[in-house]
Design a protein around this ligand. Structure first.
Ligand SMILES: CC/C=C\C/C=C/C(=O)SCCNC(=O)CCNC(=O)[C@H](O)C(C)(C)COP(=O)(O)OP(=O)(O)OC[C@H]1O[C@@H](n2cnc3c(N)ncnc32)[C@H](O)[C@@H]1OP(=O)(O)O
Length: 725
C-alpha cells in the first residue's frame, strides 16, 4: 500500500509494504492513486514521497516477476507520471532506495537522502535491467561512466557517494522527512522543466565511442555467460545515442529478452535461496527462530597455516578481538608475518585505510604459543592440519582450558565432527565451521552440526557467519559434508575422462564455458594435489597402507584412477610446485599452460593399462561431470544431510564457483528436467557399472516417478525422520 496524507501545502505519499516496501502491484496502484489525488487537489502545491519504517523501497516485488501480468512493466508509466507532475515532487530517501525504488526517486524532481541511506540499481544481479526507464534517466543525471558502473554491477552506493555523483541533491543527518517537506515548500512555484531528467541531454564525453567500446569489452570479460550485464550496457548505450523515448523503447526490448532468458529465474532462485538458508531447523524442533546465539566478545584461532591466516583476517575485519595461536615460535612468526601482510592489503582496500582495522593493538589481535591465553575466549576456531589424531588432541586440550560454554569450532573440510567432539567433555559445544580458501574472501561458511551439537552452538555459528559477512549454511555430518561430498564424483569423472582419452584443458574448457570460474583441473592445481593425496593415503586408497596385490585401477570393487596419485609421486602438486595437471611459469606461478609431458604421460598410462582411447565430445564431458555431482546432491537430500535443494545451490554458488546465473546445481537439474538427468545417468551407468557416482540415486528416481515435480516440492517426497541436521 501507499498512504496518502495532506498536511499544509505538501501531500505525503508513504510507500508501505513491510519489510522493505517492495513495489507490489497494490503499492504501485496506491502510488498512482495518491499522485492523481494530489494533482486534483488545488490546495496541494507539492508532493513528498517516502517509505514506511525508515526504508524508501527495495524496488519491484521480486516474487511478482514469475507472474505473467508483471511482464508488462507497470512501474515505468508511474515514474513518467511522477516526472510529468505540474507540482514539484520530492523523494525522501531513508534506508534503501534500490531498483524500482531508485527509479521512482529518479522520476521525482528533487531527491534528499539520509546520510546512512544506500542506493543502487541491483536489477542486473537478479538477471534484469532497470526497466522502469532507469537506464535512460540515470545517465542523464550522473553521466554515462558512473551510470554504467552502477547499472552493470548493481552495486549499492552510500548517500555520501550519491551526493558526490549528483544522484541526490542533499543529504541530512537528522530527520529526512522534515527536511524533504522543507525543501518541497521551498521549491513550490519554481520551474520544473530543468528538473525533469527525461528532458536533460546526456552529459557528453569527448571520446564517448571509444569509452563505450572499452567498457563493453570489460563488461563481457566479467560476465562469463551472464547475460544481464551486457544487456544493461546496451540499454545505457541507447541512452547515450538515442533520444529519451527511443531509448525507453530499446530498454523495453532488452528487458523482454532478459525476462524470458531463464537466467533471471535462476538468479532470483539464488536470491531467495540465500535468504532461505538463514532459516535453519533441527529435527529436535529447535530453529533459527527459537535458538539465541551467544555473544562472541573474544575469539581464538588455532593454527596459522593458509586457512588460519584467512580466518584471522576475517575476524579482524569483523572487529572481533582475538588470540592467534601456533604450536611454536617459528610457525607463529611465519604466521604473524603472513597475517599482517593480508591485513595491510585489506586495510588498503577499505575506506579510511589502516585506521579502520585495529590490528597492531595486542588487545585486539594477540599472537601467542601459550594455550593458557585461550581461557577467556567465547569461541575457538581450530584450523590445523587435516589429521584426526591431531585435531582430537587439540580439542581435548581446548575442552580442559576454555571456559564453560565456549564454542569449539573445527575448520575441517571432511572429517567426522562427532569423533572430534568425542575428545572433549562438552560435545554439545563442538561444531564444524568449514571455511573456503581464501577464507577472508570466500563467502561460504559450511556449518556442520554433530550428533550432540546444541541449538545455541548452531545459532552462534550462524551469527558468526553474519558478522563475518558470510553465508552460513547448516548441514549434517558425513564425509566431505555437502560441498566436498558432491565435488568428489565430479572430480572423479573428470579424471576418468582423461583415462578414456580426454585432456585436462579440454575438460576445463567445457566447464569454464558452462560458467565455472575454474575447471576441475585448474581448480585442483590451485588447491594443491597433495591435499587429496594425503586424504587418500589416510583412507588407505594409496600409499604404504594399500594391501599388496590391489589392482591399480580398482578399490573395493569399484573403478579407481591412480592418475592423481602418480602425479603427486612425481612431485607435481600443482601451482605450488610449478607443475600439476598443467605446467606453470615457475613454482607458485598462476598461468596454466597445457603440458606436453602430461599428454605423453597420459598416452603411456593408457597403453600400460590397455585403455582404448576415444574422442569424447563436450556433451559427455559436461553431463558426466555435472550429473554425477547433482546425483550426489539427491543422495545428500535423501539422507537428510541438508534441509533442501536451495542449501546445496547456495553452497555451490558461494563456495565452488558455480555460475550464479545457472541458479546452483539442483536448480540447474530442475531446468534440464529430472527425467533427462535420470536417463543420462542410466545411460552412463550402463557403460560404467563399476562407478557408483553414475548410478542414479533412489530419490532422483522417486521424483521422476512422481512426475518431475517443481523444485519447491522436492522435499515433500521425503519423510521428516531422515533429517540428520
Ligand atoms: C518489469 C519491471 C522491471 C524492472 C523495474 C524494477 C525492477 C526491480 O526493482 S527488481 C528489484 C531490485 N531490488 C533488489 O534487487 C533489492 C533486493 N533486496 C535486497 O538487496 C535486500 O533485501 C535489502 C538490501 C533490501 C535488505 O537486506 P536485509 O536487511 O539483509 O534483508 P533481507 O535481504 O533478508 O530482506 C528482508 C526480506 O525482504 C525480502 N525482499 C527484499 N527485497 C525484496 C524485493 N525487492 N521483492 C520482494 N521481496 C524482497 C527478502 O526476500 C526477505 O524476505 P524473506 O526472508 O522472506 O525472503
Amino acid at each position: 500500500m501507499a498512504h496518502y496524507a495532506r498536511g499544509s501545502a505538501v501531500a505525503v505519499i508513504r510507500l508501505c509494504n513491510p519489510p522493505v516496501n517492495a513495489l507490489s502491484l497494490a503499492v504501485l496502484q496506491a502510488l498512482e492513486d495518491g499522485l492523481k489525488k494530489a494533482d486534483a487537489d488545488p490546495s496541494v502545491k507539492a508532493v513528498m514521497i517516502c517509505g514506511e519504517n525508515g526504508k524508501f523501497s527495495a524496488g519491484a516485488d521480486i516474487r511478482g516477476f514469475s507472474s505473467p501480468e508483471r511482464h508488462g512493466g507497470a512501474l515505468g508509466p508511474i515514474v513518467s507520471l511522477i516526472e510529468s507532475s505540474e507540482k514539484p515532487v520530492v523523494a525522501a530517501i531513508e534506508g534503501v532506495a534500490l531498483g524500482g525504488g531508485l527509479e521512482v526517486a529518479l522520476g521525482c524532481h528533487y531527491r534528499i537522502a539520509h546520510m546512512k541511506a544506500q542506493m543502487g540499481l541491483p536489477e542486473v544481479t537478479i538477471g534484469l535491467l532497470p526497466g522502469a526507464e532507469g537506464t535512460q534517466r540515470l545517465p542523464r543525471l550522473i553521466g554515462v561512466p558512473a551510470a554504467l558502473d552502477m547499472i552493470t554491477t548493481g552495486k549499492h552506493i552510500p548517500a555520501t557517494e550519491a551526493l558526490k555523483l549528483g544522484l541526490v541533491d542533499e543529504i541530512v543527518e537528522e530527520n529526512t522527512i522534515e527536511a524533504a517537506i522543507r525543501l518541497a515548500n521551498k521549491v513550490i512555484g519554481q520551474p520544473l522543466g530543468p528538473r525533469r531528467l527525461s528532458l536533460k541531454p546526456i552529459p557528453r564525453l569527448p571520446n564517448m565511442e571509444a569509452f563505450l567500446r572499452e567498457a563493453l569489452v570489460r563488461v563481457k570479460q566479467q560476465a562469463r555467460g551472464w547475460l544481464a550485464p551486457e544487456l544493461c550496457f546496451q540499454a545505457v548505450r541507447a541512452a547515450a545515442e538515442r533520444p529519451f523515448a527511443a531509448g525507453v523503447r530499446r530498454e523495453r526490448e532488452l528487458l523482454q529478452v532478459l525476462l524470458t532468458s531463464g537466467q533471471a529465474r535462476a538468479l532470483q532462485h539464488a536470491f531467495f535461496a540465500e535468504r532461505a538458508v538463514r532459516r535453519w531447523a533441527a529435527p529436535s524442533g529447535a530453529s533459527w527462530s527459537s535458538a539465541a546465539p551467544q555473544p562472541v566478545r573474544k575469539a581464538a584461532v588455532v593454527g596459522l597455516g593458509t586457512m588460519g591466516r584467512g580466518i584471522v583476517t576475517s575476524l579482524v575485519k569483523a572487529n572481533i578481538p582475538l588470540v592467534a595461536l601456533e604450536q611454536n615460535l617459528e610457525y607463529l612468526n611465519k604466521g604473524r608475518k603472513a597475517v599482517m601482510l593480508l591485513l595491510e592489503r585489506e586495510a588498503m582496500k577499505m575506506e579510511g585505510g589502516a585506521q579502520t582495522l585495529d590490528f597492531h593493538n595486542p588487545a585486539r589481535l594477540h599472537f601467542t604459543v601459550d594455550f593458557d591465553l585461550l581461557r577467556d575466549v567465547d569461541l575457538v576456531i581450530e584450523a590445523v592440519f587435516e589429521n584426526m589424531a591431531l585435531k582430537k588432541e587439540i580439542f581435548h586440550k581446548l575442552s580442559k582450558i576454555c571456559k564453560p560454554g565456549a564454542l569449539l569450532c573445527t575448520n575441517t573440510s571432511a572429517l567426522n565432527i562427532d569423533e572430534i567432539a568425542s575428545a572433549t567433555s562438552c560435545p554439545q559445544q563442538v561444531i564444524g565451521t568449514h571455511f573456503f580458501s581464501p577464507a577472508h574472501v570466500m563467502r561460504l561458511l559450511e556449518i556442520i552440526r554433530g550428533r550432540h551439537t546444541s541449538p545455541t552452538a548452531i545459532a552462534t555459528a550462524m551469527q558468526l557467519a553474519k558478522a563475518l559477512k558470510k553465508v552460513g549454511v547448516v548441514v549434517g555430518n558425513c564425509f566431505g559434508f555437502v560441498g566436498n561430498r558432491m565435488m568428489f564424483p565430479y572430480v572423479q569423472q573428470a579424471v576418468f575422462l582423461l583415462e578414456e582419452g580426454s585432456r585436462p584443458e579440454a575438460v576445463d574448457q567445457v566447464l569454464e564455458d558452462f560458467g565455472f570460474k575454474l575447471g576441475p583441473f585448474r581448480m585442483s592445481d590451485l588447491a594443491g594435489l597433495d591435499v587429496g593425496w594425503r586424504s587418500r593415503k589416510d583412507q588407505g586408497l594409496t600409499g604404504p597402507s594399500l594391501p599388496s596385490g590391489t589392482p591399480a585401477r580398482q578399490r573395493h570393487g569399484q573403478r579407481y584412477s591412480p592418475l592423481p596419485d602418480l602425479l603427486c609421486e612425481q612431485g607435481r602438486f600443482g601451482q605450488k610446485t610449478g607443475k600439476g595437471w598443467y605446467q606453470y611459469e615457475q613454482a607458485g606461478g598462476r598461468t596454466a599452460t597445457p603440458d606436453p609431458w602430461l599428454h605423453s604421460f597420459l598416452s603411456h598410462y593408457r597403453d600400460t593399462h590397455h585403455i582404448k582411447t576415444r574422442f569424447i565430445d563436450q556433451e559427455e564431458i559436461l553431463e558426466r561431470c555435472l550429473f554425477s555431482l547433482i546425483n550426489e546432491g539427491f543422495a545428500i537430500l535423501a539422507e537428510g544431510i541438508a534441509s533442501g535443494p536451495e542449501h546445496l545451490d547456495v553452497i555451490y554458488i558461494n563456495g565452488y564457483g558455480w555460475p550464479k546465473h545457472r541458479g546452483g546445481p539442483m536448480f540447474y537439474a530442475s531446468t534440464v528436467g529430472l527425467p533427462r538427468v535420470l536417463a543420462k545417468l542410466q545411460k552412463y551407468s550402463e557403460v560404467h557399472p563399476d562407478v557408483p557416482g553414475l548410478r542414479p540415486s533412489a530419490f532422483l528416481k522417486k521424483l521422476v516417478a512422481a512426475g518431475n515435480p517443481p523444485i519447491k516440492e522436492w522435499m515433500s517426497y521425503l519423510s521428516q525422520q531422515s533429517s540428520k541436521l
